[in-house]
Design a binder for this molecule. Structure first.
Ligand code: F6R
Length: 368
């Protein structure tokens, strides 16, 4: 049942190329148009959308943070991303022109469900991005995009997260298509780039042994920091969450630009800092990240850098380099998060923890 793997989580990490491919299947017509079958909102309803609020918890919330970059860039619609547990309590400004997007792998998360009910009571349309057919969240939403990860058994979300990202990209591209933004001509190009992602994810998985060896060096580490920028920032947050959940370590993700506003005080000799380096095409972003890495290294951090192939600007400041395939910046989370999943899974395994059933956690959180 685990296909020869020790944990469901590890099996699910290795299923990600297939899960991403399945989530893309049948979304493109012969003419190159996107279609979202279960999208029960009309084109007119979507054209009326002038604000999007994404609500979710945990890993699904981080998928929402990535979606904000994609939707705002491709559709020019303002997006807010909010933790479902906070959403209702701030009296959010909602009306019929606000589209609320609820992301939930299980479809049963109580905080997210309550937020949906609140939004619909205020006349907003709710679109669910969900992995579980017939679960409560899609049933209580106006529309749904199903992810096709297949059942996720490991408590820590992996393929659920990647397929949520795919659904978010598809939603962003679909909105751009319906709204006819200036970005329209590029939609089919991005769809093709998405279709190439399963093989890129395969190539990251092919170097799993390097990540495992690195993880084993970190037994006994008490704290790990993760840095990212732009779409790499949610990846840093997700890498830290995986390590907390599975290895019970103190781990924190930061936007690299925030370092000098406080977190750099945490850096001391030998502290591992995992850095998600943006693709070289986005030079301003990449160069700023390089200087962040220099700063932490100058203070004694051990820098472990996820860098795309061929980018050597970072090498002088990296204690360890893990290579990522060359992909567009907005799609980079699909490959960059994979080594972080492998790292957490392996470190927790060698520490003797139950990776599939971490202490104190449940797969679906049906209490608020
Ligand atoms: C992290 C994890 C949790 C869930 C969160 C939301 O690995 O699994 O943080 O992402 O509880 O769950 P769903 O997506 O089912 O609403």
């Amino acid at each position: 049942e685990k296909d020869g793997h020790d944990w469901f989580m590890r099996k699910e990490i290795f299923e990600q190329p297939r899960a991403v491919a399945d989530s893309l299947l049948g979304r493109r017509t012969a003419e190159g148009h996107l279609q979202l079958d279960e999208m029960r909102l009309s084109d007119q309803e979507l054209r009326d959308v002038d604000k999007i609020i994404i609500i979710a918890c945990g890993t699904s919330f981080y998928a929402g943070l990535v979606a904000k970059y994609a939707i705002e860039h491709w559709c020019r619609i303002p997006v807010e991303v909010e933790l479902a547990s906070e959403f209702r309590y701030r009296d959010p400004i909602l009306d019929y022109s606000t589209l609320v997007v609820a992301i939930s792998q299980s479809g049963e998360t109580a905080d997210t469900l309550q937020a949906i009910r609140h939004a619909r009571a205020q006349k907003s349309k709710v679109l669910a991005i969900c992995n579980t057919n017939g679960s409560t969240i899609p049933r209580e939403s106006d529309a749904v995009i199903y992810t096709h990860a297949g059942p996720e058994i490991g408590v820590a979300s992996t393929k659920g997260f990647l397929t949520q990202l795919v659904a978010c990209y598809l939603l962003a591209l679909y909105l751009a298509q319906v709204k006819g933004t200036r970005f329209g001509d590029e939609i089919s190009q991005v769809v093709r780039q998405l279709e190439a992602m399963p093989s890129h994810i395969e190539s990251v998985l092919a170097s799993a042994d390097d990540v495992y060896a690195l993880a084993r060096e970190h037994v006994g580490t008490r704290s790990v920091l993760f840095l990212g920028r732009h779409a790499g920032y949610p990846v840093a947050l997700e890498g830290a969450l995986k390590l907390k959940e599975l290895a019970y370590l103190h781990a924190e993700g930061f936007a690299a630009g925030e370092l000098k506003h406080g977190p750099i005080a945490l850096v001391e000799q030998g502290l591992p800092v995992l850095c998600v380096v943006p693709p070289a095409g986005r030079d301003q972003l990449r160069d700023k990240m390089v200087s962040g890495i220099q700063e932490v290294r100058a203070r004694g951090a051990r820098t472990i850098c996820l860098v795309e192939e061929g980018d050597d600007a970072i090498t002088p400041y990296a204690d360890v380099v893990l290579r990522l395939p060359k992909v567009p910046v907005l799609l980079q989370p699909l490959v960059a998060v994979v080594p972080l999943q492998l790292f957490a899974c392996e470190l927790a395994t060698v520490m003797g923890h139950d990776v599939d059933q971490p202490r104190n956690l449940a797969k679906s959180v049906t209490v608020e």
